[in-house]
Design a protein around this ligand. Structure first.
Ligand SMILES: [Zn+2]
Length: 293
């Protein structure tokens, strides 16, 4: 069984990206895992602070470990957007495979100082945990919005090099035209996010040449144009996050399930449209991340 580091190194060498999908409960998990298994692709499951509070921090870790063993499958768990040292330590002790320490809302200097402290604390608990840090600003909510959040700030290769060199993170999440959440126009299909592929390439080249950090994550992938997913992976994104699209599919699926079966009260008979909707999106996104036609 490959470790997450080996899976990341393999994806990076082939210029493809590992899919990272968030869950709050098992209907979403079932749809995501089924899609990955059909394509035989490695998988990162993400739980934000709110999502893991709902599932249970240790429960989330137990589910993913159990699936990894039962199916002998490269499935890993990420503590998505962890804002405090306390929550990072909690996830490390629970056995998470990756932790994203996110202080990107602070100044670059404060972000570096706090991330460096988190890296030391996490490595002291388990040096195998993959640690990601974040720079720039791409909004904070995986929701459907009227307009883009204020203060979106793109990352520069200079800031990226400084951040990676001083913190020693394994993975960098830069701001490159991506954004958390979806605009209503994106849900309607009349607009897409526009990634700065040249910026991805420049940041990747700079950090690889000048720091020990090799891998990068594209956050806020929902609503990105199909070909830009593949281009982003090719330019150096090793992990791509999709969450808002799955939340939207979950809601639509639940509404459909309730409408289809007005008298039904068994959740597992109501939820299949949500599982199926999420399954279809994950399969589509994984193919794009991996350049599969
Ligand atoms: Zn994110």
């Amino acid at each position: 069984m490959k470790s997450l580091r080996e899976v990341l190194a393999d994806a990076d060498s082939r210029h493809v990206a590992i899919g990272h999908f968030n869950i709050s409960e098992l209907a979403a998990f079932n749809g995501i895992f089924a899609a990955a298994r059909e394509l035989q692709l490695p998988l990162l499951i993400g739980v934000s602070e709110g999502e893991r509070e709902f599932i249970g921090v240790r429960t989330a870790a137990a589910i993913i470990k159990s699936m990894r063993e039962e199916y002998d499958y490269p499935i890993f768990l990420n503590a998505d957007h962890t804002h405090s040292l306390e929550k990072a330590v909690e996830a490390a002790k629970a056995g998470f495979d990756e932790i994203i320490f996110d202080n990107s809302s602070l100044s670059l200097g404060e972000d570096i100082k706090n991330t460096k402290e988190a890296v030391a604390a996490i490595r002291a608990i388990d040096p195998n945990i993959v640690i990601e840090g974040e720079i720039g600003y791409i909004g904070a909510n995986s929701e459907v919005m009227d307009a883009a959040p204020e203060g979106i700030a793109l990352s520069t290769p200079e800031d990226a090099v400084r951040f990676c060199a001083e913190t020693g993170v394994d993975v960098l999440a830069p701001a490159v035209g991506n954004m958390h959440g979806l605009l209503k126009t994106m849900v309607a299909g009349t607009a897409h996010k526009e990634l700065d592929i040249a910026r991805i390439d420049a940041i990747k080249t700079a950090i690889t040449a000048q720091t020990g950090t090799k891998w990068m994550t594209l956050h806020g992938g929902s609503g990105t144009e199909d070909r830009e997913f593949t281009e982003a992976a090719h330019a150096g994104m090793t992990i791509i996050h999709v969450s808002s699209e799955l939340r939207l599919a979950w809601r639509r699926g639940v509404e459909q399930g309730l409408k289809d079966k007005p008298g039904e009260i068994a959740p597992y008979k109501i939820l299949p449209p949500a599982v199926d909707g999420i399954h279809a999106i994950v399969a589509n996104r994984l193919k794009l991340f991996n350049g599969i036609q």
